[in-house]
Design a protein around this ligand. Structure first.
Ligand SMILES: O=C([O-])CC(=O)C(=O)O
Ligand SMILES: [Mg+2]
Length: 561
């Protein structure tokens, strides 16, 4: 699988070879290969180069009118010829990431049952819970090293998509290969089908999932336990990424399993690392030290509390005590500011409540429920982060209040897809006299600044998880620790163009995601080594291990077995 592979042997030939997306080269099979594998006549006679195939793919793609058609086209290409899909993606990240990933992947999940045409990954449904070992045993999965799993309950900000949620693990793993450089054969997307409460799915005669209300409680937990146990039996060294689980399961399952295998939750930890890294980068511009930041987070779910937890740890690294750091966070949810003694707090929220004393002197429009505007006016946060899934939640009064108390307010509406962002960059720009530092989860059109187009930073966990996966796997890390995410955040901040010039972006461009992943991976691998989570690798082997792990999509000569 590595770069060094001179040729690869296969027993497949003819149509079977053309039907294998990992080996198929389409019109790029050479004359010799066409002889050896009985491909003459099955292919048109001209032998194409990979570059010609990429041009052909891009031309077809650009002819479509809608992004969902482009998404369907690229998914089909992935199922026909993975090398071509990834070679096309890697060379055109800026154009294609919004198609294979956020935001179009959200529509891909909503329309999954309509677009479905070929199996990819695994659908594990509750009725088949006793067959997991048998399903995993297929030789095709021998090479698996990285799994992304979802149960489809909180797909981006779009809620329960049932089996359609499979689009997310497929999209995330496309970035593992396209940005992190993991070989596609080592990746496996998994959808845990525990039913759905999405009435549209249940009523849709074309819905491909298990037509059953979402199973919860002990039966759900037992299924997850059976799944994780079977994963560990089959792939003891695997990296397991949890994605888009709902609030009540995300942190709970992470805590339950993080000491049993090499695993992390991307929405809790990956999003936290990209938010922390972008904030550290913003400090180069605002000049407000981390120890003096006050952070308001709108959406106090697992992602919001994950972000607060990592920024708080960074503040402690910078010299604050735990309690000094804790006072600097203002978590706002459906029922307003989280304050101690509030009923129905989830266990993962309790470390982030404000004390009643801290708000005693506040002037409040709505004393019985302290909303975001009241929080911004009184707490005067330097940073406002949105992970609520509520479009437009950062309205004009809230953003103007941020502008009134900060020379350079830092505002990150991180909810995805584009339609769920708490505010648009253009509105924030207008309401802050262009003084805000903005990071959004989804792609937005550029802003016009001083007559030139300024790219909006995409503060998305795609800057983190491909590097975390690559780094952890390259050194065979046994666990993914909080320290590894802190290292990832700091590595991202170090790669910030704003370090050199405060007028530049906070984050490198999306076109540089492969280089970003390499830097994050190095930091993660070094940290794993430092913490003793990668005992089999000496520090001077780390660079070499990382290089050996990175796959570049190009054709390898095939030999008959
Ligand atoms: O998928 C994305 O773009 C980021 C993410 O994890 C989410 O919004 O759940
Ligand atoms: Mg997610």
């Amino acid at each position: 699988m590595s770069e060094a592979t001179a040729s690869m042997a296969t027993a497949l030939s003819g149509y079977e070879l053309l039907a294998d997306p990992q080996l198929n080269k389409g019109t790029a099979f050479s004359e010799d290969e066409r002889d050896a594998f009985h491909l003459h006549g099955l292919l048109p006679p001209h032998v194409s180069t990979l570059d010609e195939q990429i041009s052909r793919a891009l031309q077809s793609l650009r002819q479509f009118e809608t992004d969902i058609e482009r998404y369907a086209f690229l998914r089909e290409l992935q199922d026909i010829n993975e090398t071509l899909l990834y070679a096309t993606l890697v060379g055109n990240l800026e154009e294609l990431l919004p198609i294979v990933y956020t935001p179009t992947v959200g529509a891909g999940c909503q329309q999954f049952s309509r677009l479905y045409h070929k199996p990819r990954g695994l659908f594990l449904s509750i009725p088949h819970r006793s067959r997991l070992d048998q399903i995993f045993a297929q030789p095709r999965f021998d090479a698996v090293e990285a799994i992304v799993v979802t149960d489809g309950e909180r797909i981006l900000g779009l809620g329960d998509q049932g089996a359609g949620g499979m689009g997310i693990p497929i999209g995330k793993l496309a970035l593992y290969s396209g940005c992190g450089g993991l070989h596609p054969a080592t990746t496996l997307p998994i959808l845990l089908d525990v039913g759905t409460d999405n009435a549209d799915c249940l009523a849709d005669p074309l819905y491909v999932g298990w037509r059953h209300e979402r199973v919860r409680g002990q039966a759900y937990d037992d299924f997850i336990e059976a799944f994780v146990s079977a994963v560990i039996r089959r792939w003891p060294q695997v990296l397991l990424q949890w994605e888009d689980f709902a609030k009540n399961n995300a942190t709970r399952l992470l805590e339950r399993y993080r000491d049993r295998l090499c695993t992390f939750n991307d929405d809790v930890q990956g999003t936290a690392a990209v938010a922390t890294g972008t904030l550290l980068a913003a400090i180069n511009v605002t000049g407000v030290p981390l120890t003096e930041q006050r952070v308001a987070v709108f959406g106090a779910g697992s992602a919001g509390c994950g972000i607060a937890g990592l920024i708080r740890a960074a503040m402690c690294d910078a010299g604050l005590s735990e309690s000094e750091a804790a006072q600097r966070f203002f978590m706002v949810d459906r029922d307003g500011l989280l304050i101690d003694g509030m009923p129905d707090l989830a266990p993962f929220q309790t470390p982030f409540v404000q004390s009643r004393r801290a708000i005693e002197g506040w002037t409040l429009d709505h004393p019985d429920q302290i909303g975001l505007l009241d929080v911004v006016r009184n707490a005067r946060p330097t940073v406002l982060i949105g992970v609520s899934g509520q479009a437009g939640a950062f309205g004009e009064p809230v953003v103007r209040a941020m502008a009134a108390c900060n020379e350079r307010p830092v505002i990150f509406p991180l909810s995805n897809p584009t339609s769920r962002a708490e505010a648009t960059p253009a509105d924030i720009e207008a309401w802050t006299d262009k003084r805000a530092l903005v990071g959004v989860g989804s792609p937005f059109p550029p802003l016009l600044r001083d007559g030139t187009r300024f790219k909006v930073d995409q503060t998305n966990n795609s800057y983190i998880f491909p590097g975390v996966g690559l780094g952890a796997l390259a050194v065979g890390a046994s666990r993914v620790t909080d320290g590894m995410f802190m290292a990832a955040a700091k590595a991202l901040a170090e790669a910030s163009p704003a370090r050199l010039n405060p007028k530049h972006n906070l984050l490198p461009p999306v076109s540089a995601l492969r280089e970003v992943a390499a830097k994050v991976a190095l930091a993660v691998a070094m940290q794993a080594h430092r913490e003793g989570a990668a005992p089999d690798v000496a520090v001077d082997q780390i660079q070499q291990r990382l290089r050996a792990k990175v796959w570049t999509p190009r054709y390898v000569p095939l030999a008959a077995k």
